[in-house]
Design a protein around this ligand. Structure first.
Ligand code: GLV
Ligand code: MN
Length: 224
């Protein structure tokens, strides 16, 4: 190998090493904590995240929540309910790069296909057993059953779902490497957007007829 390519390779490796922490998840913190001061957002100030509360006004309660203590209502068409403990619910999470959720499943209930654009998810089955899966960008499905006590990982940004395999309720807890992972449901994005995705786009993309698209749209209330 001549000198020049070796220098170029070393420069690329150094750039990748520098870039990788930025690509891994939320940005790194610059102080012990930055408890979200939600009220600041009422003014003209807009930030990537939330501004910090003054430290003298921070209490232990800013780092506490019981939002995951009670089951969600699973009486809905899919038979599941997700509760998020993210920075919108727990102000102390601001800048810390982590959050959690609780998912309750009715018997045979489904947490429908969705993605988290900003986080990898690790799910732990507290009760029952789940059929879980994700699909790679190359179209490969990775699926298996996870019983009580087991965990499974959904890589950042990939479409995934869980289905209760049993006739009894199931419960899972998930952790995310983002204070606000974002959740985009595939069905809602395509059929519940506001203003709607044009029917002819969906007819062509999904190779189904317009009547079917309209029938599906009627089941999904617009998100906004
Ligand atoms: C489960 O997939 C969740 O996002 O809570
Ligand atoms: Mn998820």
């Amino acid at each position: 190998m001549t000198g020049l390519p070796a220098v170029l390779l070393a420069a690329c490796a150094a750039l990748l090493a520098l870039a990788s922490p930025l690509l891994a998840g939320d940005p790194d913190m610059l102080q012990d904590f930055c408890v979200a001061h939600y009220k600041s957002l009422e003014g003209p100030l807009r930030l990537n995240g939330f501004p910090c509360k003054r430290p003298e006004n921070v209490t232990a309660n800013d780092f506490f929540s019981d939002v995951l203590s009670r089951p969600g209502n699973t009486s809905n068409p899919v038979g599941s309910a997700v509760k998020m403990a993210n920075v919108e619910k727990v102000s102390g999470l601001n800048t810390l790069g982590v959050s959690m959720s609780r998912v309750d499943y009715a018997p045979w209930g489904l947490n429908p296909p969705h993605t988290h654009p900003r986080a990898t998810e690790i799910i732990y089955v507290l009760e029952g057993s789940l059929d879980v899966a994700f699909v790679t960008t190359g179209g490969n499905l990775y699926a298996r059953t996870v019983c009580k006590g087991g965990l499974f990982v959904f890589p950042r940004g990939l479409v995934h779902y869980q289905k209760n395999t049993g006739g009894a309720p199931a419960v899972a807890i998930s952790a995310f490497n983002s204070q606000l992972p974002g959740t985009q449901s595939l069905a809602m994005a395509l059929f519940g957007a506001s203003p709607p995705v044009p029917t002819d786009v969906l007819v062509r993309a999904l190779q189904i007829d317009g009547g079917v698209v309209e029938a599906i749209k009627s089941k999904f209330a617009p998100m906004n």
